[in-house]
Ligand binder design. Structure first.
Ligand code: FAD
Length: 420
């Protein structure tokens, strides 16, 4: 009988699961459909520039980061804790006062809401920071927009600040995402540092993959089917396994595992431009109050390592799926936001049709990872649509496998002892 566990998919969830299993002495094989590890967190090198496959950020407040990753070796390049709001030709700066005290007055007087709304936002933030996450998890659930209105935040602040900011994070402008997920996210933004690893977001899964013994991961090995004995690959190979963990993306997982419902997925497109020098000289995200683009950032102002030669790399994300043909209007918007785009070159466009699972209420913050005898599932769709959710789900699936394997071994030993 096979003694190894097969993990299908080498994204953050599958890698986190495989690392836990290996640490507990369980032999693992990871089968990955694509030509590299990382899933939705990969970094390409194009003309020497590091291009994440869709702009995303790493947050040090994610609890799982401290459980499984070696944070210092990621060399996080932080962004400013706050945003610049671009609104009809004006730029307003909204910074977390406890991180950037020198901007406190500017933030207080920014035209992004009434004093009452600002006080409400401060009260909500304080409450999210003060309580344990379990309080947020247990709270009544509604849409994020209803929740913000409940807190006394109305159209001015919603439309000028919170909707554009959250659209860039949740990849939806209607703010229909679960309020419980919103508060967890808000808490992590208020307490953590966000940024990118010096070598790109792909460095995060690469760190986990490096902890697995050589030969553990088989790339370009898509799994066709989960069988009674293990898995069958698209190439027709049958790989027996003691247990199978499906760590594929939500849509692929739903196709492989009966009983998994594919969530709706949110799309986003990132446009990368190269400029002779930074148009901003500050690592701060600019959000677009009118929603033409979602956000834009001079990535190299935070992480100079993203450029081979000191030129600036600008990342701009737009909700939905777009192609190179949309670059002219994106560029037009960037010209307004940054003041000019002289000498800029469009380097690449990354449309990501399935970036994040939609998380409307009611949102179970933990879905089961056991799917039958010897069958498990993990991935961001089992927890929350985030790097944190993917890693937690991997840990939970590994724990379920370990518990079940131990129980089987105990039963076997007892049977052997009871034989005359
Ligand atoms: C553009 C973008 C922006 C984001 N922004 C953020 C952010 O700012 N903060 C945040 O926390 N999260 C963000 N996320 C979400 C985060 O990246 C994901 O939640 C997380 O990476 C999901 O990891 P996963 O392992 O669950 O799934 P995936 O990364 O999708 O991994 C699944 C893996 O399974 C493989 N696979 C699929 N089918 C098969 C098969 N049949 N056989 C073998 N292998 C298979 C796939 O190739 C893939 O490698 C963003 C995502 C994107 C795309």
């Amino acid at each position: 009988m096979a003694d190894n566990v097969v993990v299908v998919g080498a994204g953050m969830a599958g890698l986190a699961c495989a690392v836990r299993l290996r640490e507990n002495g369980v032999p693992v094989r990871v089968l990955e459909a694509s030509d590299g590890v990382g899933g939705r967190m990969r970094t390409d090198i194009v003309d020497g520039f590091r291009l994440d496959r869709g702009f995303q950020v790493f947050n040090t407040a994610y609890p799982e980061v401290h459980r499984i990753l070696d944070l210092p070796s990621l060399q996080l390049r932080p962004f400013a804790s706050g945003v610049v709001v671009y609104d009809r030709g004006r730029r307003e700066r909204v910074m977390l006062p406890w991180r950037h005290p020198k901007y406190t007055l500017r933030t207080l007087f920014a035209g992004i809401g009434t004093p009452r709304e600002k006080a409400a936002l401060a009260a909500m933030t304080a409450r999210d920071l003060a309580g344990p996450p379990s309080r947020i998890r247990a709270a009544t659930e509604r849409s994020t927009e209803d929740e913000l209105r409940q807190w006394g935040i109305s159209d001015t602040m919603l439309d000028k600040l919170l909707r554009p900011f959250l659209a860039a994070v949740l990849l939806e402008r209607d703010l229909e995402t679960s309020s419980r997920y919103f508060h967890l996210l808000w808490r992590s933004f208020a307490s953590g540092t966000i940024g990118v690893p010096a070598l790109g977001m792909g460095a995060v899964p690469a760190q986990l993959a490096d902890r697995l013994p050589g030969g553990t991961i088989s790339l370009e090995t898509p799994v066709q089917e989960i069988t009674g004995e293990g898995v069958r690959t698209v190439a027709g190979e049958t790989i027996p396994a003691r247990a199978v963990v499906v760590a594929a993306d939500p849509t692929a997982a739903a196709a492989l595992v009966p009983g998994i419902e594919a969530p709706a997925m949110r799309p986003v497109t990132t446009f990368y431009h190269v400029a002779p020098s930074s148009p901003l000289r500050e690592p701060v995200q600019i959000i677009d109050a009118e929603g033409v683009v979602a956000d834009t950032l001079v990535l190299t102002d935070a992480a100079p390592e993203y450029s081979p030669d000191g030129r600036a790399l600008i990342s701009t994300s737009v909700l939905g799926v777009h192609g190179d043909g949309d670059e002219p209007w994106v560029r037009d918007r960037l010209e307004r936001i940054y003041g000019h785009t002289n000498g800029w070159r469009h380097l690449a466009t990354y449309p990501v049709a399935e970036a994040l699972p939609a998380m409307p209420p009611p949102l179970p913050l933990r879905r089961p990872v056991r799917m039958g005898r010897g069958r498990y599932v993990c991935g961001d769709h089992r927890d929350t649509g985030s790097i944190q959710g993917a890693m937690v789900s991997g840990r939970r699936a590994a724990q379920a496998v370990l518990d079940d394997l131990r129980a089987i071994d105990v039963r076997k030993r007892l049977r052997a002892m009871s034989k005359p």
